[in-house]
Design a protein around this ligand. Structure first.
Ligand code: PAF
Length: 287
């Protein structure tokens, strides 16, 4: 059955009030791909009704970023939602989401200024503000986010803790192409040679995750990226970090436990991010 498309808050309320049981929300900016499809599939396992929001949120784009060229593929997105049994697609206009310019916004605090937040000032404040609005509008029981945006997931979890929100946050594994490239709505911008360079991101993470200890992981990943920086077209490396998954602060070389190896860079004019979770056993534990 085709999902109900709600464009206004009133239409959303009517559609939500008619939904049975537990509601799961999958917030998106559209240009849906297999990664979104897996989030929707998991949402269907966790709840009775799935709501997908599609909104390209200007608040999370900086002045020189790709807001204008961000892909908008509503008909294809709707077809995916229909195939996946989504009950409601909330696709508000800018005026519905932001009827008046925001005076009050959510701050991601220190976590919004480090790693990806250092490359994209204000990005996570914009994400949290729209996500909080979506939580309030949809009133879902649980909300699903991809682990590819690991820092986004961390700041959202932290907002839920710090602001005592009654909502369950579910992280879902990154979906990859067979050659390792993490799925992203921005991959469609990559020319074939750029895509070949972009593969260095996942290759670097794989090399890092297979190495011994935190310093070995950083070194092995860095070696792959150093080659990609020299390739044609080159990778412009923004960062490679090994961080605590909850706080995104760097872990020391002596660290044992779970860390996130995260990387970001630009290929051509496309900003790409990726990460992998790495477990470092204690020295006396088997690997
Ligand atoms: O991950 C995204 O697509 C966006 O950041 C989100 C969570 C939908 C907020 O606009």
């Amino acid at each position: 059955m085709a999902p109900i498309v709600a464009r206004t808050r009133e239409e959303l309320n009517t559609a939500i009030n008619a939904l049975p049981g537990k509601i799961a929300l999958v917030p998106t900016m559209g240009a849906l791909h297999e990664g979104h499809r897996s989030l929707i599939g998991r949402a269907g396992e966790l709840a009775d009704s799935v709501v997908v929001s599609i909104f390209v949120n200007p608040l999370q784009f900086g002045p020189n970023e790709d807001l204008d060229r961000y892909p908008r593929t509503f008909d294809a997105d709707l077809a995916i939602c229909a195939a996946e049994g989504v009950a409601v697609v909330f696709a508000p206009t800018l005026e519905v989401m932001y009827p008046v310019p925001n005076e009050i916004t959510i701050s991601a605090g220190r976590m919004g200024t480090i790693v990806e937040g250092a490359c994209r000032p204000g990005h996570f404040d914009g994400v949290l503000t729209v996500v909080m609005k979506l939580f309030n509008l949809v009133r879902a029981d649980c909300v699903l986010f991809g682990e590819k945006d690991a820092q986004q997931l961390a700041v959202i979890r932290r907002m839920v803790t710090d602001l005592a929100l009654s909502i369950e946050i579910v992280g879902c594994p990154t979906v990859r192409e067979p050659d390792g490239l993490a799925l992203s709505s921005r991959n469609r911008f990559l020319a074939p040679a750029e895509r070949a360079t972009a593969l260095a991101l996942s290759h670097a993470l794989h090399a890092g995750a297979s190495a011994q200890g935190p310093s070995g992981a950083r070194r092995a990943a860095r070696a792959v990226l150093d080659e990609a920086v020299k390739s044609d077209p080159p990778l412009e490396l923004d960062y490679l970090v090994l961080v605590d998954p909850a706080t995104f602060t760097p872990v020391p070389d002596t660290f044992s436990g779970t860390a996130v190896l995260a990387v970001a860079g630009k290929v051509g004019s496309t900003h790409l991010i990726d990460n992998v979770i790495v477990n470092f056993p204690r020295r006396d534990e088997p690997a």
